[in-house]
Design a protein around this ligand. Structure first.
Ligand code: GAR
Length: 214
């Protein structure tokens, strides 16, 4: 059984997709053991608790400096002893110590086709604002492993989504979630749980038959 820790900052619709995936059996052999939020008012924490999952808040604002926050965050991660960490709309930079310790065991979902519209300062609604400003016809979402950079780790899954005339950042965000994010992230966790993923030379590979389902 794969133990998963999910880190969130906001509404938690991606967390909900994971919870639903585990409950429906779409994600196999997996248990969500803890949800950590940096924001005590995040609705994601309520979603966790409604499903009997422990939800805790570890917020930088509650600590005198970044170092003490990082130590508390690390403690909370280690208490949960996860096999996999999923960043599902987590808007805080992960301490390097955790990246080293959980190399190729941290997944992030980003609401664009990386390497477009990603990197420092490019998250949430801002991603969709930039896509509309640039006038792209196709955008999408990416699930990737987390490395020391921002959105630079090995890409695991991507799905394209059409941009429509008259889209606002909000309508585009919703379509990207509905058509890409909420299916990609559960699929990524299921693949991980079933040992279908290997990472070699900075590239993620999916075992043969599963790759065909892309
Ligand atoms: C999602 O669109 C996710 O892709 C994005 O934040 C949103 C969280 O929504 N993440 C990033 O931008 C990370 N760079 P949710 O709380 O409803 O899942």
């Amino acid at each position: 059984m794969l133990s998963v820790l999910v880190c969130v900052s906001g509404g938690g619709t991606n967390l909900q997709a994971l919870i639903d995936g585990v409950e429906s059996g779409l994600i196999r052999e997996t248990k969500i053991v803890r949800v950590i939020s940096n924001n005590k008012n995040a609705y994601a924490l309520t979603r966790a608790r409604k499903h009997g999952i422990e939800g805790v808040c570890v917020s930088p604002g509650d600590f005198p400096d970044r170092e003490t926050f990082h130590q508390a965050f690390l403690r909370s991660v280690e208490e949960a002893a996860p096999d996999l960490i999923v960043l599902a709309g987590f808007l805080v930079v992960i301490p390097e110590q955790i990246i080293h310790k959980y190399r190729n065991r941290i997944l992030n979902i980003h609401p664009s086709l990386i390497p477009s519209f990603c990197g420092k300062g490019c998250y949430g609604l801002k991603v969709h604002e930039k896509a509309l400003e640039r006038g792209v016809r196709i955008t999408g979402a990416t699930v990737h492993f987390v490395d020391e950079g921002t959105d630079t780790g090995p890409i695991l899954l991507q799905k394209a989504v059409e941009v429509r005339q008259g889209d606002t950042p909000e309508t585009l965000q919703r379509r990207v979630m509905e058509e890409a994010e909420w299916t990609l992230l559960p699929r990524a966790v299921d693949l991980f749980a079933r040992g279908m993923i290997t990472v070699k030379d900075g590239r993620a590979e999916i075992a043969g038959p599963e790759m065909m389902k892309q």
